[in-house]
Ligand binder design. Sequence first.
Ligand code: MRU
Length: 319
Amino acid sequence: MRVLEPDRILRLEGERVVLLDQRRLPDDEVELACRSAAEVADAIRELAVRGAPAIGIAAAYGYALAASRGDDLNEAFAVLAGARPTAANLAWALREVEAAADPAARARELHAEEVQRCRRMSVHAARLVGPGSRALTHCNTGGLATGGQGTALGALNEAWSQGLLQHVFVGETRPLLQGARLTAWELESAGIPHTVMADAATGSLLAGGEVDCVFVGADRIAANGDTANKIGTYPLAVLADRHAVPFYVVAPTSTIDLGTPSGAEIPIEERDPREVSSRFPARNPAFDITPAELITAIVTELGVHRAPYAESLSGAVAA
Ligand code: MRU
């Protein structure tokens, strides 16, 4: 399996957090060096680094940077936590480094743990892929989004290396094209056959019987299993349900937020409308909520969790 090296995606290097700038991919592979927590927060806000687990790791590195510079740590925590509101991993990772005696060591350890979580959840999720499957995915949930081998895309990569996968359809993921730019780039590097589609084209693809399973990631999973993910995920889940295609969410336990009872309480990031239209009035919600009842299974590093999620998720996280 060919995946990006974790250090290539993001790393703490001396007095800098170095990120592979995802805004420039796939055309240019350039690194961005952040020298303060505020610069890391800017990089998160502007999507130089993105994807829930990767955001968490970047924030942890940003906090560690502030600690090593002797900066005000409450301020660093606040600026990083406020960078993006939806991904549960951001606040979770910050709480982890805040509680650590050595924030830099804990941040690096957290990154290594996320790499392990990706590996384990990919193996669990690949078991859900039948031989010869044609999968559909949305947004980017690969190495770039996680600092490891990925969540949903990690699972598809694992299924490919086991000879189970035939093809991956990739929703382009309007408005910022994480699917068309980043997922297609990762699939190309891994040598996995893929086709990019307009998001709106996936309905007729499902109706035509061309998709055997849908795999997506998550930015926050509420206690009842309702899941926030990139805008366009909810319509895909409705369509998958309509056409009796299994719909799987793959995410680490660091994305599960048992303190959020349901999707109704998940804050949804509203981004700059100019990302949608620079000329006409626009709205730009970055995420939507997929109700738990539309999710066939949620896969974490601990295994495959089925409904009722209030029981299966809390049991898994407690264990
Ligand atoms: O706005 P983004 O690109 O950060 O949104 C990312 C997603 O929605 C991913 O699907 C999610 O973070 C899971 S990544 C493993």
